[in-house]
Write a protein that binds this ligand. Structure first.
Ligand code: ADP
Length: 511
């Protein structure tokens, strides 16, 4: 990559960080306050760059720019195929800069470079292309009304949208929100997580190059309580689409309700069950189960399964995310590299990627401690590892009870709870014994069990004999306190559209 400079680490050139300011109305600008914050390399704790720290005034400027861009119609009224062409160009530019972007993502999030390059970025690029293709296929219905009226519906872009995203998949989350919003004809303010602002800013620059008009896509970096709160309580933002913790989701929704009743969609935490039945292929189950945070194993294969998983967790490599052999970067386990033949995305529980600050690191260790005190048996792991950075051993507990904290809370770390069950009914009931409903997995060869359990579990996606399997066309989102609204698929497009009915008398008679 022509612009790379900096020090070589494990053969990779660290890129110079070129974009550190807010992107508002097509230009990179300092925060009104002049404040900045540090973004940290989680491998070492070193400062990568100083990033502009936005606040309410900056959000006001970004919203005003987005509102003007929406109202003057230069994006929403552009023919859909032209929006699509510009989005295709945007996808091409991301693809052309993928080396530099993947390295930025890696140093900022601690995610293994190979995962970023082979899993996340291909998904990001294809996501933009998927929604580019959808941009000229947005249409309403014709209504057959009673009383000699005819009617039709229009699907219109919802307006100015705020997109608040977390640190675990910085670029994927960006694509999951920005691509359908662009396709729908919305204008937007993106707030990346404070831990991982680099790639969103870089992409803002590429969006401009691609021809996305000024004001359509704004990026305001900063903190949740400043930028995030200003977006969710803004009187001129029509919708906020949020991914993050259940706790913060509630705050966002409250702010939306108190301000202008803006539409909200929330993609929140999970504590997804994985159910492994007696007839399962135990090797397949072993591979899949690395992704489950609550793993229920039927009694007939439980003991064998525990042995197997204890062995395989020893082969797990925790270390520098730039090292291609590494499965798990600082802080959180990641085994997705094993699955890159599938399109994987989201699922920000248990085995996601990384960026971990000290706070998260300490929180995970305190959960592990809690598990021990509550009487669960520590099968493997349980300790920090490495001398620098925030690394934790892959940790597996057995003898976990449904009411233990480690079985109930979203830990967001490499901690798995193994539980034994006997009947299908029991498995369903215990799997549903959670306030969350993000995802679930089933491992069985029995189609009847698979069908029955799929219909009985209250979660937004059910993976049968796979896990983390994902596709652009596959909606993703929660039941219960995992939130509402769907990312990905054509359902996500609907989030950024509003339906208008137009009614007219058929014979022109006064009605
Ligand atoms: P986590 O970092 O645990 O994933 P958060 O839900 O706190 O979870 O963070 C997700 C995103 O929400 C981040 O971009 C963060 O800055 C933002 N955020 C945090 N607090 C607020 C808030 N009060 N209002 C709006 N956004 C917030």
């Amino acid at each position: 990559e022509e612009d790379c400079s900096g020090t070589a680490e494990n053969g990779f050139m660290l890129p110079e960080v070129k974009f550190t300011k807010l992107f508002i109305n097509g230009s990179f600008v300092d925060a009104v306050s002049g404040k900045t914050f540090e973004t940290i390399d989680p491998r070492t704790g070193d400062v990568i760059a100083e990033i502009a720290s936005g606040d309410k005034e900056d959000v006001d400027l970004a919203v005003a720019a987005a509102r003007d861009a929406f109202d003057d119609g230069k994006w929403p009224r552009l023919p859909g195929y032209q929006r699509g062409r510009i989005m295709m160009k945007f996808a091409d530019l991301i693809e052309q800069h993928v080396e530099e972007l993947a390295v930025l993502e890696c140093i900022d999030s601690g995610k293994p470079l190979l995962v970023s390059k082979l899993v996340d970025f291909p998904s990001v690029i294809s996501m933009f292309r998927y929604y580019a293709g959808a941009a000229d296929k947005i249409h309403g219905e014709t209504l057959k009304l009673a009383q000699e009226l005819q009617g039709y519906t229009l699907k219109e872009p919802i307006g100015v949208v705020g997109l608040i995203i977390p640190w675990n998949y910085p670029m994927l989350m960006f694509a999951l929100k920005v691509a359908p919003a662009l396709a729908a004809g919305c204008t937007m303010i993106v707030k990346p997580a404070e831990q991982t602002p680099l790639t969103a800013l870089y992409c803002a620059h590429l969006a401009k190059q691609a021809g996305i008009p000024d004001g359509v896509l704004n990026v305001v970096t900063g903190f949740g309580r400043t930028v995030g709160a200003a977006i969710s309580s803004h009187m001129d933002v029509d919708k906020v689409s949020f991914t993050g913790s259940t706790e913060t989701g509630r705050v966002v929704m409250e702010a939306a309700a108190r301000s202008n009743l803006k539409s909200v969609s929330l993609e929140l935490g999970g504590k997804s069950p994985l159910l492994i039945f007696d007839d399962a292929d135990i090797d397949m189950a072993g591979e899949i189960c690395v992704a489950g945070s609550r793993v229920f194993v039927q009694e007939g294969i439980y003991d064998e399964f525990v042995k197997k998983i204890a062995l395989s967790s020893k082969e797990w490599i925790v270390g520098d995310p730039f090292d291609p052999r590494v499965n798990q970067g600082p802080q959180v386990t990641i085994l997705e590299a094993f699955y890159f033949h599938m399109l994987l995305v989201v699922v920000h529980e248990c085995l996601p990627s990384i960026k971990v600050d000290k706070r998260q690191f300490d929180k995970i260790l305190s959960y592990i401690d809690h598990g021990k005190r509550e009487g669960a048996t520590l099968l493997t792991g349980g300790k920090p590892c490495g001398e620098k950075g925030y690394y934790i051993e892959p940790t597996i507990f057995t003898d976990v009870k449904d009411d233990m904290l480690i079985a109930k809370d979203e830990i967001f770390g490499p901690v798995m709870s193994l539980m034994k069950f006997s009947t299908v009914e029991e498995a369903i009931q215990r799997a549903n014994y959670t306030k969350y409903g993000l995802a679930a997995g089933i491992v069985t060869k029995d189609l009847n069990i698979a069908n029955r359990v799929s219909r009985s579990i209250r979660a937004g996606i059910i993976w049968v004999n796979c896990y983390f399997a994902f596709d652009n066309d596959c909606p993703f989102g929660g039941y219960k306190m995992s939130g509402f609204g769907r990312d990905s698929g054509l359902h996500a497009l609907e989030k950024y559209l509003k339906v208008k009915s137009v009614v007219t008398p058929i014979y022109g008679s006064p009605w």
